[in-house]
Design a protein around this ligand. Structure first.
Ligand code: C5P
Length: 218
């Protein structure tokens, strides 16, 4: 049959990952977490001791690194040069540096090309990130933009990481600002995206609404 691509964009803590994985499982589709790819390159940048202000060196690390991406929505997986980094990429060090690395245009060009390749090879796929509906897959069958109140997003993230909520709120605000104001492919809602505010909607309800929308496009 025809290919199915679902694009899910939005800021951190909007419920993107949980919802994208659930929808992918329900569709028997693949799941691509593009944030994990930016985090994996950031892991390599920190591993190599590169200065975060040095865009040329950051781009060189991105070019030299080999990413292995597992797209099973039940068990997503990523490795850098053959080394699994699923836990490391969620740590404070990577989270603090990822916006600087993802702002480098050469890094984005490389990762967007890899993402398009993975999408092209899939029969059905749910792709989550910041620029999926606008840049990576502008022809997606369904584009979803998830939002939530900043306070609610911080609450979700701090319960995930068991860190302090005020620090998490400050970190989220900083990343949102960097991700939305960068010159290269900033976080932006696609004109034809369906916007869902998940502040008060439960996960199940959002997943159900998306499945309903998908029934219409499939
Ligand atoms: O989604 P997640 O919070 O894991 O993304 C981590 C970071 O990766 C974001 O803050 C953003 O800087 C970057 N990112 C991006 N474009 C994407 C996905 C993530 O720039 N498509």
């Amino acid at each position: 049959g025809r290919q199915l691509v679902v694009a899910v964009d939005g800021p951190s803590g909007s419920g993107k990952s949980t919802i994208s994985r659930r929808v992918a499982q329900a569709l028997n589709a693949r799941y691509l977490d593009t944030g994990a790819m930016y985090r994996a390159v950031t892991y390599a940048v920190l591993r190599d001791g590169v200065d975060l202000r040095d865009a040329v060196k950051i781009a060189a690390v991105a070019e030299g690194v080999h990413l292995t991406i597992g797209t099973d929505p039940a068990a997503p997986h990523i490795a850098v040069d053959g080394v699994p980094v699923d836990r490391e990429i969620r740590g404070a060090e990577v989270t603090g540096a990822v916006s600087a690395v993802s702002a480098v245009p050469a890094v984005r060009a490389l990762l967007v090309a890899q993402q398009r390749q993975i999408i092209a090879e899939a029969e059905r796929i749910v792709v989550e990130g910041r620029d999926i509906g606008t840049v990576v897959a502008p022809d997606a069958d369904l584009k979803v933009y998830l939002t939530a109140d900043a306070a609610e997003r911080a609450r979700r993230r701090s319960s995930e990481n068991a860190t302090n909520q005020a620090a998490t709120a400050a970190d989220l605000a900083r990343r949102d600002r960097l991700d939305s104001t960068r010159a290269a492919d900033p976080l932006r809602q696609a004109e034809d995206a369906v916007v869902l505010d998940t502040t008060t909607l439960g996960i199940d309800e959002v997943v159900q609404r998306l499945q309903h929308m998908l029934d219409k496009v499939m």
